[in-house]
Design a protein around this ligand. Structure first.
Ligand SMILES: NC(=O)c1ccc[n+]([C@@H]2O[C@H](COP(=O)([O-])OP(=O)(O)OC[C@H]3O[C@@H](n4cnc5c(N)ncnc54)[C@H](OP(=O)(O)O)[C@@H]3O)[C@@H](O)[C@H]2O)c1
Length: 350
């Protein structure tokens, strides 16, 4: 497979995790990092440079986009900057993995996808769990009827962050809150399973009702959503940045349940276990060998850059997730200061 040289945009928390795993990828090499501060870029570059593979540092994102030695960029900045930087990267001809959510809303996601189409480049939203073999196995179990007909899905992703009001998680100007930060995982998982149950890549909910608490921060500190799909499958989702949940996925069917104790961040260095509890037999513990999902996400660029999209996380799939999040936010009355007053109302009618 073709080797891909990578540039990182925004040397924050997740960028470091990506850089760490990229070293274990089959196809990727970290070539450069860009920050709004040359000093921060240099410090990150020093941390991830090796004798054989030095990492170059740029003091602006635009300089990195202009570098002909970079094949692909990993955009790892706060949500509100994603679309603008995807457009800039696509216009520079770079393949793109953009952190989730691809956009704060569906309109932005359409702009990002349109830019990738026009630029003829790969674009994937970084729901990295989609690239882990555990997720593929789960889809397979659902498709092959391991628990009979799927009836209900429970998915949670919520953590109690201790962050100041200006931090991206708490800050409405940076589209903070649980729905956009972690709710998208639960939405995308429910859509994936509801689709697989009907032999489709994903399914869209026909109804969404929700509850949530918008705290003094002005963002959703925790929220729940109930989804109904045309097939009759229901889902209950929990997301939060100020409450700890058990962060798992349970799929209930007519003949049993599947439990994923580590759906989003499986241990990269140990087997992950899928539990299949059938009503008519003993529990089956399926061991999924250790895998580095951020590295696999990077390797998908080498495999699929010719078609622009990866089957694990394609554009239509991203659009469905962001649209459901628009509806979830609208249902709890969460509108960011930079959004026009009509946005939430419009999404509510979808
Ligand atoms: N897939 C995952 O597992 C995962 C996990 C965590 C986060 N994420 C996603 O990754 C993105 C970044 O999250 P993070 O936790 O890595 O954030 P972070 O630690 O705050 O880092 C974000 C970086 O973005 C840059 N940046 C550009 N504009 C900024 C602004 N207006 N305010 C603050 N920083 C700005 C900063 O770098 P410079 O100023 O140096 O350029 C900063 O280091 C989010 O969209 C989040 O949803 C994904």
């Amino acid at each position: 497979m073709q080797r891909i040289t990578w540039g990182i945009i925004g040397p924050g928390n997740i960028a470091a995790r990506f850089a760490d795993q990229l070293a274990a990828s089959a196809t990727g090499t970290l070539s450069a990092v860009a920050s709004r501060s040359l000093e921060r870029a240099r410090s990150f570059a020093d941390r991830f440079s090796t004798g054989q593979a030095p990492v170059r540092a740029f003091g602006s994102y635009t300089e990195l986009f202009a570098d002909p030695g970079i094949d692909a960029v990993y955009i790892a900045v706060p949500h509100t900057e994603h679309v603008r930087l995807v457009v800039e990267a696509a216009e520079a001809g770079k393949h793109i993995v953009c952190e989730k959510p691809l956009s704060v809303d569906k309109a932005g996601a359409l702009t990002a996808i349109d830019a990738a189409k026009r630029g003829g480049v790969y674009l994937a939203e970084a729901y990295m769990y989609r690239f882990h073999p555990q997720t593929e196995r789960l889809v397979d179990l659902v498709r092959t009827g391991a628990i009979g007909q799927v009836q209900h899905i429970e998915a949670s992703f919520a953590f109690a962050a201790d962050a100041p009001p200006e931090h991206r998680l708490m800050n409405p100007d940076l589209a903070g809150g649980g729905i956009l930060d972690v709710g998208g995982y639960t939405v995308s998982m429910a859509r994936l399973i509801a689709g697989a149950a009907n032999g489709e890549p994903f399914a869209e909910p026909t109804h969404i009702t929700a509850a949530g608490t918008i705290g003094p921060t002005g963002v959703d500190e925790w929220a729940t959503a109930s989804l109904t799909f045309a097939s009759g499958i229901t889902a209950h989702l929990t997301a939060g940045i100020r409450v700890q949940d058990d962060n798992r996925v349970v799929v209930s069917g007519s003949a049993g349940r599947i439990v994923l104790a580590q759906p989003w961040l499986p241990n990269p260095d140990a087997d992950t276990i899928i539990e299949v509890h059938r009503t008519d037999s003993a529990t089956n513990h399926i061991a999924i060998p250790a895998a580095k999902q951020y590295a696999l996400q990077a390797d998908a660029v080498a495999a699929f850059h010719g078609t622009g999209q990866a089957p694990q996380m394609n554009w239509a799939d991203s659009l469905g997730t962001v649209e459901a999040m628009d509806r979830w936010r609208a249902a709890i009355g969460l509108r960011y200061p930079f959004e026009p007053a009509t946005t939430a109302a419009a999404a509510n009618q979808a």
